[in-house]
Design a protein around this ligand. Structure first.
Ligand SMILES: *Cc1c(COP(=O)(O)O)cnc(C)c1O
Length: 435
């Protein structure tokens, strides 16, 4: 960051302190990760300079198929960035075994927008997972385009099991006859049965969209059922378990390819972020290596170990545990007297542990206060932490819980957390260069 240091000391300070925060704190936000230096390099490259509206191919009028030999851009000079985008597309198709991939969405939200527009019309009904039960804003929140443009009917988890009740989801589907069923989640710790969702969608003649943002890495490694054979369209982010740059991704069957492409550009976006697309290509290359599967497997082992250790410390977990990379602590209701999710998030922060508050199913507190804490293992697994560290972390969290109002004790834990983190170096050369 030597150029920024010279030209803009104020910005440099902010960036340096963020680097120090990422490396010195314990990162337990389930949707975050640490990208490789290769991905960082691509994201910080001159490819940011290039306008490239369009695609590195055109639809052949004769065959109605994608033809890479036809120039599909609205600007000249795209021959090299075309190579980068082609690499990203072909690697995504190989990883997820799908017919078509669009790597241009700027974010998961924009991938969802383009996917819905490709399948249904404003005013149509979407059956989707309730936000407070683990769904995402773009699955129908009134303040999101999704809730603004579509008629949303939510499904939730079962009150007893806190897992999906497929018979109940089917019952609602039969009743409301949605044009589209949406599944995938931001805070659901259990495996999702996409095949079952397909059956329900077929029965009511609905389209099925799977938003695999959180679990894309697990799916890439074959550790979770793939939605690709079942969904009409699969959307994702690239920056969560998949460990790529911040961005979106759409996978689909060939029959939807043209509509998906059209709804990404020009439907909802202008010029693609070519540096980010190159960074996606770099991340996908990593996802194709055998070590990536080991990494994803370790994420899940760590999650199971952390979940068990938290239960051993006396915490209640939503649905009792985890099948994936995340878990949710249920801190109990206001009447039970423990900290709220908001309070616990703040206390964890004071102890150098970064996590986020989250509603639990049937939460009685407001979403901004919430009764849960969501924890995930992708980022700490990237740092090299394994089972013994999970037990340490559960203990840190328990101590924070016990002393959540004692700032002195929290500061003491923070020192221990910092020492603990320093044993798992991250971006060591970047830190060195910016000493
Ligand atoms: C993170 C997430 C998104 C949105 O991603 P952004 O890139 O923040 O727009 C969409 N859907 C689900 C399920 C997510 O978890």
């Amino acid at each position: 960051m030597q150029y920024i240091k010279k030209s803009d000391p104020e910005l440099y300070q902010a960036m340096l302190r963020e680097l120090q925060r990422q490396t010195g704190n314990l990162e337990l936000i389930a949707s975050e990760n640490f990208v490789s230096r290769a991905v960082l390099e691509a994201a910080g490259s001159v490819l940011t300079n290039k306008y490239a509206e369009g695609y590195p191919y055109r639809w052949s009028k004769k065959t109605d198929k994608i033809n890479y030999d036809l120039y599909g851009r609205y600007y000249g000079g795209c021959e090299f960035i075309d190579e980068a985008e082609k690499l990203a597309i072909e690697r995504a198709k190989t990883i997820f075994k799908c017919e078509h991939a669009n790597v241009q969405p700027h974010s998961g939200s924009q991938a969802n927008m383009a996917a819905y527009f490709a399948l249904i019309k404003p005013g149509d009904t979407i059956l989707s997972l309730e936000l407070t039960h683990g769904g995402h804003l773009t699955h129908g929140h009134p303040l999101s385009f999704s809730g603004y443009l579509f008629n949303i009917v939510p499904y939730g988890v079962n009150r007893e099991t806190e897992k999906f009740d497929y018979d109940e989801i089917r019952r609602i589907a039969l009743e409301v006859k949605p044009q589209m069923i949406l599944t995938g989640a931001s805070a659901y710790p259990r495996a999702i049965n996409f095949a079952r969702f397909r059956e329900i969608a077929d029965e009511v003649k609905a389209k099925l969209v799977v938003d695999m943002a959180h679990i894309a890495g697990l799916i890439a490694a074959g550790l979770h059922q793939s939605p690709v054979p079942y969904a009409d369209i699969v959307t994702s982010t690239t920056h969560k378990t998949l460990r790529g740059p911040r961005g979106g991704l759409i996978l689909c069957k060939e029959e939807y390819a043209k509509d998906v492409d059209r709804w990404v550009f020009p439907g909802t976006q202008g010029g693609p972020l070519m540096h980010i697309i190159a960074a996606k290509a770099a991340a996908f290359q990593e996802a194709l290596q055998p070590e990536f599967k080991e990494y994803q497997n370790q994420i899940m082992i760590n999650a199971r170990t952390l979940a068990k250790a938290l239960r051993d410390e006396g915490f209640n977990l939503v649905s009792g545990g985890t099948d994936n990379h995340l878990m949710m602590i249920n801190l109990g209701t206001e009447e039970e007297g423990g900290p709220s999710g908001k309070k616990m998030e703040e206390s964890l922060d004071l102890a150098g542990i970064t996590a986020n508050k989250n509603t639990v199913p049937f939460d009685t507190r407001k979403p901004f206060v919430a009764s849960g804490i969501r924890l995930g293992t992708p980022a700490i697994t990237t740092r090299g932490m394994k089972e013994p560290e999970m037990i340490r972390i559960a203990n840190f969290i328990k101590r924070v819980f016990n002393d959540h109002e004692n700032d002195e004790k929290l500061a003491k834990i923070k020192e221990e957390v910092s020492t603990f983190c320093s044993k798992f170096p991250l971006y060591a050369d970047l830190l060195q260069e910016n000493r």
